[in-house]
Design a protein around this ligand. Structure first.
Ligand code: FAD
Ligand code: NAD
Length: 469
């Protein structure tokens, strides 16, 4: 017979945006919950050393850039003076406020929070090494592994304070005169833009033919045009072959399209993240890990061990906070015995640079690779009244539509300020099975950037008000 939900004890290992929502939802569903993380409060990578601190710094970076651009409007602002200690303190205050709030919510839900590190002793028992050095043993009806991911390091990089990963880059120890970003993905471009705005001469080296290789090339072009002005150099199809510490900095040898050597004050290695599945004693359970190190899960996020679930970065791509949260809710409901499934039709991705790049669903390149016939329609922000009032005519909104199914929306992408906010409409459209006509005949407020979604849809029907091909 099924155990009554209220008597179920569930343990969540890891307090990031996967783990804490799973714990909160399980508690809201009536289960007894223990949440384990080594930080004083929940938050995980996202709040302590990921999404939140990077976005706080990007906010400051955007202000610095706007201050220089506003001269075109007849407003002259003197060059911003940067108090690095104050900026760092502000970022820390944001983290403290949000993680402290999560601590409060944990208490309010009567969740037992254990500050420590957990390991499975067997499929039904966990040993927790508490941060005060003591040990606790826990049994559970179900456990959720939400241990996240770690930055990938370059094996040949010297162990030097000049070689940063995302965590140490966010510490903002100083503003180096020159910085090399190894990897032109999410982290490299977001943090690279922060350092460039603060005054570093930033170079990026990316081994693929384009920045942000997974994103729609037409969106990346808009960002790349801006980065070409902000960054010292962008080297594509190029790898770092060697890194050596010298008294002047880190000497870098490039190979590929851009051959040669150059010395940088600091290097930010941002070549991806790997799942953190190795520290929880999985060898004492039947949990299976794939060749890339991700824990294998089913559609309810259950592992090969029936009472153990896995969510978030440790359970597969994309390594995004909102995907982790969604999975956390699914796992909690599955454990509660509810009918639930992880089956999102679209997961938005947002690069919070200026301009922002945001997309969800199918991209044009993915459709092409799959040999799928799609209709792609673009609305240039040069034709948007709101974009012009903001001085941001460089943006674009794109729809990927199914020409054989009433122009059903398969993918949405945007480049421009606020794209990260606007993309939610696209995700909803795909989840709800909307067709272009639905977007075209939804009244969007004027003047807003959201009208670009409506007009891109109108364009697909051949009658965009403000844009003719
Ligand atoms: P995590 O957030 O990694 O949390 C895992 C937690 O488990 C950690 O606190 C860890 O210490 C703890 N843990 C590990 N092992 C144990 C153990 N044995 N016992 C107890 N605790 C343990 N995503 C976005 O969607 N938007 C963004 O803007 C964004 N920006 C990012 C910026 C940066 C610089 C980085 C690095 C990442 C960013 N991400 C962003 C990715 C996002 O942070 C991750 O996808 C998200 O944090 C994954 O959540 P998670 O719950 O799976 O794990
Ligand atoms: P990433 O996968 O986004 O980018 C890594 C880049 O490095 C890729 O473009 C890859 O081709 C390149 N690369 C790999 N090895 C290289 C080498 N030897 N030389 C040159 N280039 C190389 O990874 P990331 O930027 O480290 O971020 C990790 C993950 O964290 C992201 O994939 C994302 O899931 C998450 N994240 C999300 C956000 C956000 O949502 N805004 C922000 C930061 C991080």
């Amino acid at each position: 017979m099924e155990t009554d939900v209220n008597s179920k004890h569930i343990v969540v290992i890891g307090g990031g945006p996967g783990g804490y929502p799973a714990a909160f939802h399980a508690a809201d569903l009536g289960m007894q919950v223990t949440l384990i993380d080594d930080a004083p409060n929940p938050g995980g990578v996202c709040l302590y050393r990921g999404c939140i601190p990077s976005k706080a710094l990007l906010h400051a970076a955007a202000f610095i850039n706007e201050a220089s651009e506003i001269a075109e409007w007849g407003i002259t602002v003197s060059k911003p003076q940067i108090d690095l200690d104050k900026l760092r303190a502000r970022k820390e205050a944001v983290i403290a406020k949000l993680t402290g709030g999560l601590g409060q919510l944990t208490k309010q839900r009567k969740i037992t929070y254990l500050q420590g590190r957990a390991r499975f002793a067997d499929p039904k028992t966990l040993t927790v090494t508490m941060s005060d050095g003591t040990t606790q043993t826990l049994t559970f009806d179900a456990a959720i592994i939400a241990t996240g991911s770690q930055p990938i390091h370059l094996p040949f990089a010297p162990d030097s304070p000049r070689v940063l990963d995302s965590t140490t880059a966010l510490d903002l120890a100083d503003i180096p005169a020159s910085m090399l970003l190894v990897g032109g993905g999410y982290i490299g471009l977001e943090l690279g833009q922060v350092y460039a705005s603060l005054g570093s001469r930033v170079t990026v080296v990316e081994m693929m033919p384009a920045l942000l290789p997974g994103a729609d090339a037409a969106l990346v072009r808009v960002l790349a045009a801006k980065l070409k002005k902000q960054f010292e150099a962008i080297h594509l199809k190029t790898r770092v072959a060697a890194l050596d510490e010298t008294p002047e900095g880190i000497a870098v040898r490039f190979e590929g399209k851009h051959e040669g050597s150059e010395t940088f004050d600091k290097i930010l290695v941002a070549v991806g993240r790997r799942p953190d599945a190795g520290n929880v004693g999985l060898e004492n359970t039947g949990v299976v890990v794939d060749e890339k190190g991700f824990i294998t899960v089913d559609a309810q996020r259950r592992t090969a061990e029936p009472a153990i679930y896995a969510i978030g970065d440790v359970a597969g791509q994309p390594m995004l906070a909102h995907k982790a949260t969604y999975e956390g809710k699914v796992a909690a409901e599955a454990i509660a015995g509810m009918k639930t499934v992880y089956d999102p039709k679209a997961i938005p991705g947002v690069v919070f640079t200026d301009p922002e790049i945001a997309w969800c669903g199918l991209t044009e390149a993915e459709a092409k690779a799959a040999g799928r016939d799609v209709k792609v329609t673009s609305f240039p922000w040069a034709a948007s009244g709101r974009a012009t009032t903001l001085g941001r005519s460089d943006g674009v909104t794109r729809l990927v539509l199914d020409p054989t199914d009433n122009h059903r929306v398969l993918g949405v992408g945007m480049a421009g300020p606020g794209a990260g906010e606007l993309i939610a409409e696209g995700t909803l459209a795909i989840e709800m099975g909307a067709v272009a006509d639905d977007l075209a005949w939804t009244i969007h407020p004027h003047p807003t950037l959201s009208e670009t979604v409506m007009e891109a849809a109108e364009s697909a029907m051949g009658h965009s008000i403000h844009y003719t091909r």
